[in-house]
Design a protein around this ligand. Structure first.
Ligand SMILES: Nc1ncnc2c1ncn2[C@@H]1O[C@H](COP(=O)(O)OP(=O)(O)OP(=O)(O)O)[C@@H](O)[C@H]1O
Length: 355
């Protein structure tokens, strides 16, 4: 639904060049919630602004729903008619809501419909429908100043849906909200994604947002995507930084001469007593050094760091047993050279070596 190829953005700032995006390839499938995470300055805002051509990329292409937006003329407010039309089918939600304080809630939602030239009655009907959809039917006549932050963001979401978009872009939509309100807004985005089949591309610096709502995620650093994939596949990727951030498991070996393994459970493997089977089958004592269980995108996922007595060579068979059971097993300590470890990296994952 959204593809960027070789997307590059270089700003000219006080006589020097700042590369905010450095060849970003992103592939967001129809109907998924895709999170782009990264620290401040990683290039997230530049990415989202380039996706709807609010910012013109220096090079590369952006395709949304099969249409190459970069081929359409104009930029920002001076965008040509075709680009404006294409953009009206991309909803955008902002961190600070960007509502007009002098207009009622209903009038704020009607604004994009006014710009599209929709007549008064149809506009009002649509705005009231959308307010109902986001749970604010009773606030139509209120002004933004009379609403809580969460309610303001619901108005922002209703307004973003006015043009019946297939794609919703969210620029840190929950960063200004408290944890409870954040959860309710994320659930609303998830419900809209499922009920309307809306594709959602969101940027965030909070791992919890990715954990709560995203099907897929990408990690950005210095203008580049350094990891991307479905959350399930990322969790199954040995050495994935995103997986480690989503499920940090700690614990160090009790001493030399043992093998430490990070085991990832998901899907039906999360419900099977694999560790006790491993212990009984090979008659080995297993120490659990750390563990975390959680629900990601509605699926139970867990990670456990375990310690097996003996060197890696002595544990090749038990580790093979774990992998045969459909679990991911990544050797953290006691491993031979990386090339000797049987690799299970799924092809779906792209992990580039940062420049
Ligand atoms: N209009 C601009 N002119 C010059 N440099 C800019 C401009 N916008 C962004 N940058 C620079 O580009 C880089 C990426 O910024 P960007 O805002 O895209 O990152 P971000 O990941 O969204 O960060 P944050 O979460 O702090 O908003 C930064 O070094 C920033 O200073």
């Amino acid at each position: 639904m959204i593809t960027t190829s070789g997307l590059t953005k270089v700003y000219q700032s006080r006589g020097r060049e700042v590369t905010a995006l450095d060849g970003v390839d992103l592939h967001v499938r129809e109907g998924e919630v895709y999170g782009v995470i990264g620290q401040s300055g990683a290039g997230k805002s530049s990415l989202i602004r380039c996706v709807n051509l609010l910012e013109r990329p220096t090079s590369g292409t952006v395709t949304v729903d099969g249409q190459d937006l970069t081929a359409l003329a104009g930029r920002g407010r001076r965008a040509g008619k075709e680009l404006r039309r294409a953009r009206s089918r991309i909803g955008m939600v902002f961190q600070h809501f960007n509502l007009l304080d002098s207009r009622t809630v209903r009038d704020n939602v009607e604004l994009p419909l006014e710009i599209l030239g929709i007549s008064g009655q149809a506009r009002t009907r649509k705005a009231l429908e959308l307010l109902d959809l986001v749970g604010l039917a009773d606030k139509a006549k209120s002004y933004p100043g009379q609403l809580s932050g969460g309610q303001k963001q619901r108005v922002g979401i209703a307004r973003a849906l006015a043009g019946d978009p297939k794609v919703l872009l969210s620029d840190e939509a929950t960063s200004a909200l408290d944890p409870e309100t954040t959860r309710s807004i994320l659930h609303l985005l998830r419900d809209l994604n499922q009920e309307l089949g809306l594709t959602v591309l969101l940027i965030t610096h909070e791992m919890d947002v990715v954990k709560t709502v995203c099907d897929s995620a990408a990690l950005m650093k210095n203008g580049r995507v350094v990891e991307s994939g479905t959350v399930g596949a990322l969790l199954a990727t040995p050495g994935s930084e995103l997986a480690h951030e989503l499920f940090p498991v700690g614990g160090t070996a009790s001493g030399p001469g043992s093998t430490v393994v990070d085991v990832t459970f998901h899907g039906e493997t999360a419900a099977r007593p694999v560790i006790s089977q491993l212990s009984r089958t090979y008659n080995i004592d297993i120490s659990i050094l750390g563990a975390a269980m959680d629900t990601v995108g509605g699926k139970q996922i867990g990670r456990m760091r375990i310690e097996l007595p003996g060197s890696f060579e002595e544990n090749v068979v038990p580790i093979g047993f774990l992998r045969e059971q459909g679990l991911q097993a990544e050797i953290v300590d006691g491993a031979p050279a990386a090339t000797e470890i049987p690799s299970q990296t799924p092809a779906a994952i792209t992990k580039e070596v940062a420049k």
